[in-house]
Design a protein around this ligand. Structure first.
Ligand SMILES: [Zn+2]
Ligand SMILES: [Zn+2]
Length: 338
């Protein structure tokens, strides 16, 4: 089969012919990949920011596919099932896995870093990573449900504890993640202020159903305060992180929470601790979705509350799509079809 291998950090991945061992161990399932998402994390992996990545490796962790074979121990899936996968295989045994918080499993194996990923025609996964795709959801809709909308649901519900009617600010709103964050926030009944660095993306952000769209510039704090009656927002969902963090923090209301869900750099920031104490603010991070989040995210797509904003390219266009993502030249999520 064709597969996109990263052989060396800081070098472009290569498409190569690869004949893997498809024998299936206990709980394992073989999938034919329908669609895969290109994620900023793939770029960070290529750039060497996840140095424990086991090179050479097939990249890709946002997976929608069809079951073509199962090990005889697999109980929940059969050939022909359409499935979406978590971005990792949880161990299934630790206290996090047993309590439904498998996104925190320390033994989890991440696709495209610890084990071969989905920029290929087929992939071997464990049934513990999979959920069935409802009939009404396309492969495009399923591909964004783990690393984007499922992860964002976790951030809003479990980490931010957002309530209906609360103001939220979303940074990087014009990107492939941000545009879907808006949809999830609206589905949860929030009042959504979206911020972007590009006025050209306003139209497209408004189409996603946002309440207000702002240019993220030096005036952002004043603009957010004036839209929220001087209070600030209860929750910021940070998709950008280091470049926007300081101003985002200052957009928070008293008792507000900032949740980091994505980062375009690995740089650090200065944190004004006094301000955080005075305003009783919280800073939190969150990682990945659980199977429950993934199921709930797929349900939002069935209900039409999440509408995938994606552009699909053939897998052969991997170099072109990586460059496009680096230039922020894409609208919505870039998907790759084998
Ligand atoms: Zn991802
Ligand atoms: Zn575990």
């Amino acid at each position: 089969m064709k597969a996109v291998f990263l052989k060396k950090f800081k070098e472009m991945p290569e498409i190569v012919e690869f004949e893997p061992d498809w024998s299936l161990g206990p709980g394992e399932v073989l999938l034919e990949i329908e669609m895969s998402g290109l994620c900023y994390r793939d770029l960070l992996t290529i750039d060497g920011h996840f140095p424990r990545t086991k090179l050479p490796i097939i990249l890709g962790h946002e997976i929608a596919g069809k079951v073509i074979a199962i090990n005889e121990t697999v109980t929940n899936f059969e050939p022909g099932d359409r499935v979406a996968s978590l971005t990792y295989i949880p161990c299934g045994k630790c206290r996090y896995c047993k309590s439904g918080n498998e996104n925190l499993c320390k033994q989890r194996l991440v696709f495209g870093e610890d084990i071969n990923g989905s920029f290929a025609q087929m992939i071997k996964v464990h049934e513990g990573s999979l959920v069935k795709i409802p009939d009404k959801v396309t492969a495009e809709g399923a591909t964004i449900a783990s690393c984007i909308t499922g992860m964002v649901l976790r951030a809003f519900r479990h980490v931010a504890g957002v309530k209906q009617g609360e103001f939220v600010l979303i940074t990087g709103a014009g990107g492939g993640v941000g545009i879907h964050v808006i949809q999830v926030a609206k589905a949860l009944g929030c009042k959504v202020i979206a911020a972007t660095s590009s006025e050209e993306k306003f139209r497209y952000i408004i189409d996603a159903g946002v309440d207000e769209v702002l240019l993220f510039d030096d005036k952002i704090v004043e603009k957010v305060k004036s839209l929220t009656g001087g209070e600030g927002v209860k929750v910021v969902l940070e998709v950008v992180s280091q470049p926007t963090f300081d101003k985002s923090l200052r957009c928070l209301a008293w008792g507000g929470r900032i949740v980091m869900v994505g980062s375009v750099t690995v740089s650090s920031v200065k944190v004004p601790l006094g301000l955080i104490i005075l305003k009783a603010n919280s800073i939190a991070g969150t990682i990945a979705a659980t199977r429950k989040d993934l199921e709930d995210a797929l349900r939002l797509t069935v209900e039409g509350k999440v509408r995938p904003v994606v552009t699909a390219y053939p897998l052969e266009k991997i170099h072109e799509t990586i460059e496009k993502m680096r230039r922020k030249g894409s609208v919505g999520r870039i998907l790759l079809k084998p």
